[in-house]
Design a protein around this ligand. Structure first.
Ligand code: ZN
Length: 193
């Protein structure tokens, strides 16, 4: 599970898997980076905005693995992010390992994350060779509505996202986008596409 990126503290680059011929082919065919900026209040509020996010996940969810980062930089530096592809998603909420002082999560925030089913960071420091030390969910098996709901609950519920301002959704293809390089081999075959 590796991703290459320039945006926030995202998923580390893997050098060991970069020679995968399937990944090379997918990279040649793949879509580049894209960014959407929409203030929910300008387009029907959070309800319509979340419906659009669900459509985005459903559209990209069966393709080569991509990273999606959602933030509202005008409000704070908090973010949620996911790797999505081949019918599988790994979702994260940025933790205090990466957040600057004025955007750090409080103990109450962290209790709410845990209550919703988010798992705490595996480490209290960043290791570039491991997955980011963020709050995360168990791998999601094609349930894009659940992924969307879990993000919306966090963003609106307590990260402080404000519908009056632009929300930025950045998306880019992972450096290793094939299924074998993206996901553990022991994931249920029903999730594969
Ligand atoms: Zn590969």
């Amino acid at each position: 599970m590796t991703c290459e990126e320039s945006a926030p503290e995202v998923l580390p680059i893997s050098s060991t898997e970069s020679d995968c011929s399937t990944c090379r082919q997918l990279r040649l065919e793949g879509l580049g980076a894209s960014t959407f900026r929409v203030a929910p209040a300008d387009g029907g509020g959070w309800h319509a905005w979340s419906a659009a996010l669900l459509r985005l996940f459903a559209r990209m969810g069966s393709g080569p693995t991509r990273a999606v980062i959602i933030s509202q930089p005008i409000v704070n530096d908090r973010y949620v992010q996911a790797q999505v592809g081949h019918g599988i998603a790994h979702a994260e909420v940025g933790s205090n390992v990466y957040l600057p002082e004025d955007s750090r999560l409080s103990a109450d925030h962290e209790s709410l994350l845990a209550a919703l089913g988010w798992l705490p960071p595996r480490s209290d420091t960043d290791d570039p060779d491991e997955m980011p030390a963020n709050w995360y969910l168990p791998l999601i098996n094609g349930d894009w509505a659940y992924l969307t709901e879990m993000f919306m609950a966090v963003m609106i519920g307590f990260l402080g996202f404000d519908e009056r301002f632009e929300v930025v959704i950045s998306s880019f293809q992972c450096a290793n986008p094939c299924r074998a390089c993206s996901w553990p081999a022991d994931i249920s075959p029903s999730a594969a596409t």
